[in-house]
Design a protein around this ligand. Structure first.
Ligand code: SF4
Ligand code: SF4
Length: 323
């Protein structure tokens, strides 16, 4: 009889996940112990039989503009690689396929599975992508990669060019991975060995947000501010440049950052940039319509922040040069 880890592993592999690892129910709860009670309960952490943490490598995304954005004059405001197509939706879809396939394999098993190996209800297989769950911590606990000085999870091949997701399994489908790695002390991430003699990401960060020990001053991070409305801190504003959403500076400097050449994603395609002048003046309704289904269309991304970011580029282009 195949173990639960083998069944789910085969399904995750068939669904095209780049890497994955498993957590027992106890490790899952421990890794999520910092979550607020409401989120812990709403996500079903307490009832779950464990989890799979999975990574999907992303590529460069489409090279051109989406049809609705073609024809507008002026400069393009830049989008980080991870958001040029909706890799999050792609990952969510693949986790859904993997869950359905693993469940079907258990249902079809003969003789019927013993206790701890049951399929559970379809609704008990829950997937989370870009969610409130501590995805990076869960991935580390599942043995996926290591933390880089850039504060991102690094996998052997794509480095940090990945999106992460979590699949919780039913209580009847217990995961008990052999040799489960220790969680370590929260707040003291073990750095990737390749970072020992390197600090290229720290040097490349335009605001000094990276502390060098694998942690980050979020208030100085352009990536953080790209979705948060309000006035930008002076150091962040000075370094903003032509960004619309995301910041790739620390990743582009990293020798381990290798977007997957063969990766493709047809969901929510935006490309490397969008017309700044159009976005700067667009209404909520227009932005909702244009960005729907894309990584920039997620509910928690402030439209005011996107307009502010686009205006930053248009204003800087129009500003007269002071000599
Ligand atoms: S995303 Fe940008 S601002 Fe944030 S740490 Fe990396 S380089 Fe610095
Ligand atoms: S740039 Fe160097 S120090 Fe930074 S994450 Fe990459 S390998 Fe580590």
């Amino acid at each position: 009889m195949r173990s639960n880890e083998q069944i789910l592993g085969d399904s995750l592999r068939e669904a095209g996940l780049t890497a994955f690892g498993f957590l027992s129910a106890a490790s899952l709860r421990e890794a999520c112990s910092g979550l607020d009670r409401a989120s812990f309960d709403r996500c079903g952490i307490g009832e779950s039989g464990g989890a799979a943490a999975a990574a999907l490598a992303y590529g460069e995304g489409p090279a051109g503009l989406p049809p609705w954005a073609a024809g507008y004059p002026g400069p393009l405001a830049r989008i980080g690689r991870f958001a040029r197509a909706n890799w999050y939706a792609e990952l969510g879809h693949r986790l859904e396929l993997a869950a359905a396939s693993a469940r079907a394999a258990v249902v079809a098993a003969q003789p019927p599975a013993p206790e701890g190996h049951g399929p559970g209800k379809a609704t008990e297989w829950r997937r989370f992508v870009n969610s409130r769950l501590p995805e990076k911590r869960l991935a580390l606990a599942a043995g996926l990669g290591a933390i880089g000085r850039n504060c991102l999870l690094l996998l052997p091949r794509p480095g940090s060019a990945i999106v992460l997701g979590i699949l919780l399994v039913p209580p009847s489908f217990r995961l008990e991975p052999a040799g489960e790695p220790s969680l370590g002390s929260p707040g003291e991430p073990e750095l990737c060995a390749d970072c020992a003699d390197c600090g290229l990401c720290v040097a490349a960060c335009p605001t000094g947000a990276l502390r060098g020990d694998g942690s980050l001053d979020r208030e100085l991070c352009l990536q953080h501010w790209s979705s948060v409305p309000g006035p930008l801190p002076p150091a962040v504003e000075a370094a903003w440049g032509d960004r619309l959403y995301g910041c790739d500076a620390c990743q582009e400097a990293c020798p381990r950052f290798r977007p997957e050449a063969l990766a493709s994603c047809s969901r929510g395609q935006l490309g490397p940039g969008l017309p700044a002048a159009f976005l700067a003046g667009a209404s909520d309704e227009t932005l909702h319509r244009c960005l729907k289904g894309s990584a920039l269309g997620m509910g928690w991304i402030s439209l005011d922040a996107l307009r502010r970011n686009a205006r930053h580029l248009t204003a800087s282009r129009l500003r007269p040069t002071i000599v």
